[in-house]
Design a protein around this ligand. Sequence first.
Ligand code: FAD
Length: 393
Amino acid sequence: MHDTTRPRPLHSHARTQTLMTHIVLIGAGHTHVGVLRAYAANGAPDARITLVSPHPRLYYSGMLPAHVAGHYARAELAIETGGLLNQLGAAFISTNVIGFDGTTLTLADGQRLAGDIISFDIGTAPSAFGHDHPERVVPVKPVEALLTGLARFEHGLNQDDRARRLAVIGGGAGGVELMLSLAYRYGGRPDRPVLDLVARSGVMAGGPAPVRRALSRALDQAGVNVITGHGVKNLDDSGLILDDDTRQPADCVIAATGARAPAWLADTPLTRDDNGFIACDWTLRSRSHSHVFAAGDVIALPEPRPKSGVYAVRQVSVLADNLARAVSGRTLIEFKAPATALALISLGDKRALAVRGRLSLPPSRVLWQIKNRIDRRFVARHDRPRLDEPKTG
Ligand SMILES: Cc1cc2nc3c(=O)[nH]c(=O)nc-3n(C[C@H](O)[C@H](O)[C@H](O)COP(=O)(O)OP(=O)(O)OC[C@H]3O[C@@H](n4cnc5c(N)ncnc54)[C@H](O)[C@@H]3O)c2cc1C
């Protein structure tokens, strides 16, 4: 599927470099890291490559909940891009892109960067919820912010005898999986916080009934209070204000609500969908700018697909191929996106359940072991950091 040209030498002549097509990859997300790996393994297009992202490290999303539960060290879900970039002779700029005028990118330090082919894999924006109470709100991403916020909350747990409360907002798969992982993380502690899950429409609303029942039972067994029927409209100094104006005390709030598009995209000329994500055709190419591609959570395909790491990873081979095809002016290929994908949802306690569309398998240790094997095999294919970091963040 990929170009079979060999990777170009690490140090090309500077003049050759400036004449070469310049591919700018924005974001070290799940798809771009896979693209770099594909180029390193199978041969890169005849182009200069630059990766722009705040960190060269990716945390594999499938293993995040189990890391929160304490089953994996942070280093076990980390994938490094440094070796791939070196092998490809690619440049890395450690910053955020904050603007794009259709031709040139603006970086957070004010510098401008032009690319002939530009690809966005920048994920979603953290929830804007509770920005006036930052000491209480913990974002679910990036991983570093989630773990720093939890550490801050945990520091307060053993300060006095007052029971602390932690609330997760969002009854979707991400919110439920995270809450079950937190329940496992705190299960053995004498100062275990009270855990509240606010799931306005219920646990995994719209999911198959057996999955909803199994997750509700797991939350109940883990001692999590599930609040349904009301959403959260705001925060005050003592906690949550629900949409019927009742107050729900909370010392720590994690908003695992629907994915938001990065706000700065609204100021670019890129065509976006109603939710602000970059509108692309099935080749992953922007509908408005033929030299722009997108992948992962930030893409809006012609038909909606779930925003999950599974789809981001599935786009790797098509994006890698199409960037190479764009360099040489060949016809692009299409991403065949299945309407549903298998999701293995962990229950915090080394059990998992499986769901694909309306089909599901009940929670079991065997499914956790399968998930564990798939996830470990995925990260093992990439460069890894040292594995001597502690298990919990
Ligand atoms: C708690 C939780 C659990 C989850 N569990 C699962 C799971 O089990 N399985 C699953 O498939 N999915 C899961 N997901 C969803 C998954 O995390 C996302 O779908 C996945 O990370 C999307 O990958 P991506 O490549 O689009 O973006 P990301 O992996 O988020 O990467 C985006 C990259 O872009 C960089 N970036 C962002 N903005 C800029 C900018 N302006 N300029 C430059 N770089 C930028 C970021 O630093 C990052 O490197 C979970 C999500 C959460 C929150």
